[in-house]
Design a protein around this ligand. Structure first.
Ligand code: NAI
Ligand code: MG
Length: 508
């Protein structure tokens, strides 16, 4: 196992192409022009593998948000604007081009994502970037398939009268989109793809920890031919730029992904003009392994990946592992072995399997949970501490013997930390799995199809994975029950959430 003292982070040099991007000024995209923040301020972007500053980015705040919202409104409120008159087919082709351009710039985007977020470049290249491209390709098809119904109506109080009634699905207008740092480009795609398919305009605020790929995406949107002002990008902090966007009266909807705590602030901020809100929030997802699982090795590997993928910085991370009593020891040992075998390093190193956490704040948060777990009496099977003195690395961690009231069991840690416990019966584990304010995802590993269906029906979660975990697809809706959110990302459901229904009734 790597220990704090033996761990040295090699300095990795970005490619010339990434250096060229970093050397360019990072401004705000408002009305098709790249501009400095009104305040003239900028904030640093860090390499989480070293803690070094790699770039400076314009620090947008309330005034820039206001300008961006006005730029978006100017497009949306003008019925003759090319974006408003574009045919669905042309809109679909434009969105498809965005997907193509993302693939064309795949290596560059993957490198920037890795540098900014810390994730292994192979993961960014194999998952984040192609998934972002696929999302645009998938949504391109929806542009031509957003339609209403004709509705035969009876109108009992108007006997003999005849009407022609139908519904239209129209765009919402200007949407504020606030996204997190765990999958920066992919979250921008999840938000922008359906927004564009339905013909809305956006003000996108990337996370302050990871603004780089959103800015590169802004250039790609321009290259694809998106008219000026349709998508505006304001880099800046949550408490200033994000809060101003959530509260702005010129915004028709806010779509947010991030912490449950900030999700509640968004709801309050939205009350001013009663803008629509969708939220994709935190989780504390149960992952349940039954002794009848057909392939125990696969279940163990799946459970390890459920928590350690993306360094545990996944809203759907399988952070509560429940194992049927007879196989509990074997599974815990297997997960601990998997944890110990993970190669930590900077994202840019080819052999890195797990990079650093995204920021010093997250390092402190995650190590704080580790300390709390230990202090409250949970058993550390492996990990449980920071690794190295430089960068934001932590050891993949397995806790056992934790009580239900401990913070490591109750709260979203958002790091590579799993809490394992055993169970004896299906009904017991269903009750324990659902005993959380969250309801984002759940995993079930069993060879018994009736049991699988029973659990899938009874688990209070927006996604249930059976004999797999972390399976995402542009066509598959994703989102939370309970305090894990409102609405869904992806699939046809998200397209609906970027439109509203208008009923038209014509007297004949
Ligand atoms: P956060 O919820 O503060 O940040 C997410 C986004 O919201 C960022 O763009 C941020 O600038 C913005 N934001 C922050 N405060 C805001 C406000 N008052 N009004 C409007 N926008 C605001 O999350 P943070 O602080 O980065 O991470 C804290 C914890 O949140 C993590 O440890 C994790 O548990 C959870 N989280 C969950 C995510 C998910 O995918 N569900 C993603 C990121 C964080
Ligand atoms: Mg925060």
């Amino acid at each position: 196992m790597v220990t704090a003292s033996s761990f040295e982070i090699p300095d990795m040099k970005p490619s010339a192409r990434a250096e060229a991007f970093l050397a360019r000024p990072k401004r705000l995209l408002i009305g098709g022009r790249w501009v400095e923040a009104a305040s003239g301020k900028a904030f640093p972007v860090y390499n989480p593998a070293t803690g070094a500053i790699i770039d400076m980015v314009a620090e947008g705040d309330a005034e820039d948000i206001d300008r961006a919202v006005k730029a978006a409104r100017k497009v949306f409120d003008n019925p003759k604007h090319p974006w408003r008159t574009m045919t669905p087919s042309d809109r679909g082709r434009l969105i498809w081009r965005i997907g193509d351009l993302i693939l064309q710039h795949r290596d560059e985007l993957a490198e920037l994502e890795s540098l900014d977020n810390g994730k292994p470049m192979a993961v960014a290249n194999g998952a984040d970037v192609p998934l972002a491209a696929d999302l645009f390709h998938y949504m391109a098809g929806w542009a031509t398939k957003i339609q209403g119904h004709t509705i035969p109506i009876s109108v009992p109080y108007a006997p003999g009268a005849r009407f022609h009634a139908f519904t239209l699905r129209e765009p919402l207008g200007v949407v504020g989109q606030i996204i997190p740092w765990n999958f920066p480009l992919l979250m921008a795609a999840w938000k922008l793809g359906p927004l564009l398919a339905a013909g809305n305009c956006a003000v996108l605020k990337p996370a302050e920890q990871t603004p780089l790929t959103a800015l590169r995406l802004g250039e790609i949107l321009q290259e694809a031919g998106l008219p000026d002002g349709v998508v505006n990008i304001i880099t800046g902090f949550g408490e200033t730029a994000g809060a101003a966007l959530a509260a702005h009266d010129g915004v028709d909807k806010v779509a947010f992904t991030g912490s449950t705590e900030v999700g509640k602030l968004i709801v309050k901020a939205a009350a001013g003009n009663l803008k629509k809100v969708t939220l994709e929030l935190g989780g504390k997802s149960p992952n349940i392994i039954f002794k009848d699982t057909p392939d125990l090795a696969q279940a163990i590997a799946g459970a390890a990946s459920a928590i350690f993928f993306n360094h545990g910085q996944c809203c759907c991370a399988g952070s509560r592992l429940f194992v049927e009593k007879d196989i509990y020891k074997e599974v815990v040992n297997g997960i601990a072995d998997a944890a110990k075998a993970i190669k930590l390093g900077p994202g840019l190193a080819a052999d890195t399997q797990m990079g650093p956490l995204v920021s010093e704040e997250q390092l402190n948060r995650v190590t704080g949970f580790m300390e709390a777990g230990r202090r409250e009496g949970a058993c550390v099977v492996t990990g449980g501490q920071r690794v190295g003195q430089r960068g934001y690395f932590v050891a993949p961690t397995v806790f056992t013997e934790a009580r239900a009231d401990m913070s490591v069991v109750k709260d979203e840690i958002f790091g590579p930390v799993v809490v394992a416990d055993s169970f004896e019966s299906t009904e017991e584990i269903l009750a324990r799995s659902n005993d959380t304010p969250y309801g984002l995802a759940a995993g079930v590993w069993t060879g018994d199809i009736a049991k699988a269906h029973h659990l899938a029906a009874q688990l209070r979660a927006g996604t249930v994975w059976v004999n797999c975990y972390n399976i995402f697809d542009s066509a598959l809706p994703f989102g939370g029950y309970k305090q894990s959110g409102w609405g869904r990302e992806m699939g046809h459901e998200v397209v609906e959430q970027y439109t509203q229904t208008k009923a038209v009734c014509i007297g004949l």
